[in-house]
Design a protein around this ligand. Structure first.
Ligand code: ADP
Ligand code: MG
Length: 377
């Protein structure tokens, strides 16, 4: 893959920096139920990246609502405004903004949302607004994405050639707009399993954590430590349940599964990939741990799961015991493998990376976290 050198970055907001999907689901569920309809999320792929008017028109049409698009917008808008404060930053978004800013890389924000809602959303994220030299909303140009207009206008205001800009987007209209503007485009798809749609982009990555800015001649991230990326730590735990019974133990890679109930929201926040940290078993102690989050492309799971492998030889099973996990870092995105052998080899490599990393004080200090040792809530 050849990439061109750039000097500026143009970012999309919803789905790229902010996790807006959950809020969209919530609002549409409420408003559609007023019409006796049930929002089932099937529209998500169709409306992602479109202008607010186009998205609303799609929903009105596909659900056969007895109202005009304008009326529908006037019903959903106040609900959206109440939700802006609940939108979470996507993993790696804050890291990216702070990094580019500290290296004086000019940044623009170009979103199909109206300027006013962009400002409202940004106000909940410290230091974001002032990081952008240029902000352009959908109501400030004649035509939104997929028209290149707002990206070209962003380049003009940044005072650079379009070809000097890297666009970071999550959706098809955004990619189309970026390529029509003759910019470099990297896509971080907000909806999974649609990668075939994104072939026009110059690069597809699975989350902002995987962005390699040096590929475009931009200053590289310097926070990777021995093949690992330190994360804000997070916790998850519960009794160990039976997993998929695929005999991972027979492969020498047993994974102690947690019940999928109750933690799907938490897992939805984290990109599919390989992570590591510490695992506490109520009666046995604290152990190093490497785990995957995802759908296991090799096995093509339906549900997003977490598969923690405790890096210790136990001579028995411990189903039903309370498992407490503290996740401290990231290793790599989820990937598909041509053979089971190559998958197993990669898992062993992940194990070595995690084992080494967990000896570094940056990560080893978390071994003493009280969460890992307390056996009950
Ligand atoms: P399942 O599909 O039920 O998860 P696995 O083959 O993945 O079956 O085996 C996982 C089980 O093996 C765990 O639930 C636990 O009881 C046991 N086990 C033994 N050693 C380990 C280990 N090092 N890491 C995780 N689980 C282990
Ligand atoms: Mg398992």
């Amino acid at each position: 893959m050849t990439t061109k050198l750039v000097s500026c970055v143009i970012l999309d907001l919803d789905g790229t920096l902010l996790n807006t999907d959950g809020v969209v689901d919530k609002v549409l569920k409420i408003v559609l139920s007023n019409y006796g309809k049930e929002w089932d999320g099937r529209e998500a792929l169709k409306i992602v990246g479109k202008t607010p008017f186009e998205s609303a028109a799609d929903v009105v049409q596909d659900y056969g609502l007895p109202c005009s698009t304008t009326e529908f917008i006037s019903q959903i808008s106040p609900l959206f405004y109440d939700q802006w404060c609940n939108i979470k930053e996507l993993p790696g978004a804050n890291r990216l903004i702070k990094h580019l800013k500290s290296h004086d890389v000019p940044m623009a924000l170009a979103s199909n949302s109206p300027r006013e809602s962009i400002e409202a959303k940004l106000s909940y994220h410290d230091g974001w607004k002032s990081s952008f030299s240029v902000i352009i909303g959908g109501d400030e140009v004649r035509t939104g994405k997929p028209s290149p207009e707002m990206f070209l206008e962003a380049a003009r205001r940044l005072n650079v050639e379009p070809s000097s800009c890297l666009v970071i987007e999550d959706s098809l209209p955004g990619i189309t707009a970026g390529k029509a503007a003759e910019m470099e485009v990297v896509v971080v798809p907000s909806l999974r399993k649609q990668s075939h749609l994104y072939s026009a982009a110059d690069m597809v990555i699975s989350s902002l954590l995987d962005l390699q800015l040096e590929k475009w001649g931009l200053p590289p991230f310097e926070d990777w430590v021995e093949g690992t990326l330190p994360l804000d730590r997070w916790y998850i735990g519960g009794p160990i349940v039976k997993g998929f019974g695929r005999g991972s133990k027979a492969l020498g890679i047993p994974t102690a599964n947690l019940s999928p109930e109750g933690y799907s929201d938490l897992l939805a926040e984290h990109p599919a990939g390989v992570y590591f940290g510490w695992a506490g078993l109520s009666t046995r102690g604290v152990f190093k741990m490497v785990m995957s989050i995802g759908w296991n492309p090799y096995f093509n799971n339906k549900e997003k799961t977490i598969e923690p492998w405790l890096l210790h030889d136990f001579n028995e099973d411990f189903y039903g015991e309370e498992l407490r996990l503290l996740i401290v870092g990231y290793i790599r995105p989820e990937a598909n493998f041509p053979t089971l052998e190559s998958l197993i080899a990669k898992i062993h490599e992940d194990r070595r990376v995690a084992e080494r990393a967990l000896d570094i004080p940056l990560y080893s200090s978390y071994k003493n976290d009280s969460y890992l040792r307390s056996s009950h809530e």
